[in-house]
Design a protein around this ligand. Structure first.
Ligand SMILES: Cc1ncc(COP(=O)(O)O)c(C=O)c1O
Length: 463
């Protein structure tokens, strides 16, 4: 079959991909010249995309050209080291390269027979994840769309396992009439966990919240009496402060009472990969399941989360299925271990980062971003800005004189374009949250960004 211009479909695809790769390379090379947030004019220019679906379509090269010329200027430049919003990771060079190749390969990693290479590298990346994070040798990790899905995956395994031990099969009898489970959760558990609870059939009346301290960590002495009907939800890395719950004080006694402990460690679990930061998540390896992201601190491109369960049988109980056409020629049929069947070979991008950085490189990445966060806190603190919580890991939380002033400074910084910071509310106060999650952030990026923040309140000082 031809394309109408004499080229075969493969020649056409090859040409389009080469053009796109050149444009992508230019986008990366020029990213320093762009404001971190797009200009109003660039956003307004999105109107140039036709709002009516064309009858006959356009040629593929033209589509990519449009995407680059209209679309690229309207991106938020989140991978040049100065985007500090929403715990957003940058992209490691090896991960970016792997993503390009993966697109060309277009592999489905649901079943090993569908892609031996993807299955092999996914398996390695999954094992290395557990090894780097110091998790038990029995644990099984599976890649998914993000920590939200990872939390849901783990909660399904937890729910079904608790009910199984109580003699109830969700597979056979569903949830109606099942023994009532309790959920004991940090008062500051991430919204994605609350969402996952709802999707897994838990109502808000089942949740007992445990108060947190001034840093956002659960107060261990406030954990209620637990039993074998209980799902305990803790976190490694409070989304505002970076502080973690006291795992070693809580998990052993929870397990003595046969409760299931799940940890949301979307970014904070990576502290375990650094000998210098590991103490911040001491005892996290004792849990039954963990959710984390590779697209945050590990700097794999979107969307790449990781669900990890101590014992594979619990994942299988919730998610494995029978289908005559799915061969079971391998232990690691991902379609049996996660919510998705067809799936992009996300593990290959994680493998690429591990292969690029090695064990020491991952630890260095963690340490470096912790240092940069500390640098930011020091610069802002020295300028008289209130640092609300002693920074932990890669999060910095500051506030200005009033809530209105804080909101105004955040807006002004975003408009300034040197860097991008977001807002949050911390224990009743509006706050600026600075999350240092991009591997490419340099000490100069931090000092220039700090100057940009300071000059919004002291125009004469920070030039
Ligand atoms: C602590 C925490 N948990 C879970 C999530 C959800 O992760 P995702 O956006 O990858 O689904 C986030 C996202 O910021 C987070 O910070």
């Amino acid at each position: 079959m031809g394309t109408g211009d004499g080229r075969s479909p493969h020649e056409l695809k090859s040409t389009v991909v080469l053009d796109a790769a050149k444009r992508a390379a230019r986008y990366i090379a020029d990213s320093h010249a762009r404001p971190v947030a797009p200009t109003a004019a660039s956003v307004a220019a999105l109107d140039r995309f036709s709002t009516t679906l064309s009858e006959r379509g356009e040629d593929a090269t033209g589509v990519v050209e449009q995407l680059d010329e209209i679309g690229s200027p309207a991106t938020v430049v989140s991978t040049r080291g100065r985007y500090f919003g929403y715990v957003t990771g940058g992209t490691d060079p090896a991960a970016a390269g792997a993503a390009v190749l993966l697109t060309a390969w277009d592999q489905n990693v649901a079943i090993p027979a569908m892609s031996p290479v993807a299955a092999h590298l996914d398996d390695l990346a999954a094992r290395w994840t557990c090894e780097l994070l110091g998790l038990p040798a029995t644990a099984v990790a599976t890649f998914c769309a993000g920590a939200s899905i990872a939390n849901l995956t783990c909660l399904l395994a937890a729910r079904d396992s608790l009910l199984h031990r109580l003699g109830w099969s969700v597979d056979r009898d569903g949830l109606a009439g099942a023994p009532r489970l309790r959920v004991v959760a940090s008062a500051e558990i991430h919204v994605s966990v609350r969402k996952a609870l709802r999707a897994a059939g838990f109502g808000t009346s089942q949740i007992e919240y445990v108060p947190v301290d001034t840093q956002g960590a659960v107060i261990a002495s406030e954990v209620p009496e637990l039993n074998d009907h209980t799902l305990v939800l803790l976190q490694a890395g409070n989304v505002n402060t970076g502080h973690s719950d006291p795992f070693r004080e809580i998990i052993p006694s929870a397990q003595d009472r046969s409760a299931w402990v799940h940890v949301d460690g979307a970014f904070g679990l990576w502290a375990a990969a650094s000998p210098l930061q590991r103490h911040r998540v001491d005892g996290v390896d004792l849990a039954d399941s963990w959710a984390t992201d590779a697209h945050k601190w590990l700097n794999v491109s979107y969307d790449c989360g990781i669900a990890i369960v101590r014992d594979e049988q619990h994942l299988r109980r919730s998610l494995a299925f029978d289908a005559a056409y799915v061969s079971t020629d391998s232990d690691r049929v991902l379609a049996h271990l996660g919510l998705q069947m067809s799936q992009r070979a996300r593990g290959v991008e994680a493998w690429a980062v591990y292969a690029h950085l090695g064990r020491r490189g991952v630890a260095d990445l963690v340490d470096r971003l912790c240092q940069r966060a500390q640098q930011m806190a020091t610069l802002l603190g020295d300028a008289g800005i209130e640092v609300l919580v002693e920074p932990a890991l890669n999060q910095v939380l500051v506030a200005f004189e009033t809530d209105e002033a804080t909101d105004a400074v955040i807006t002004a910084v975003q408009r300034d374009g040197t860097c991008w910071v977001g807002g949050t509310n911390w224990h009743g106060r509006q706050a600026m949250r600075i999350s240092v999650c991009d591997a490419s952030t340099t000490a100069t990026d931090i000092s220039e960004s700090a100057k940009a923040i300071i000059r919004q309140i002291q125009p004469d000082r920070a030039t």
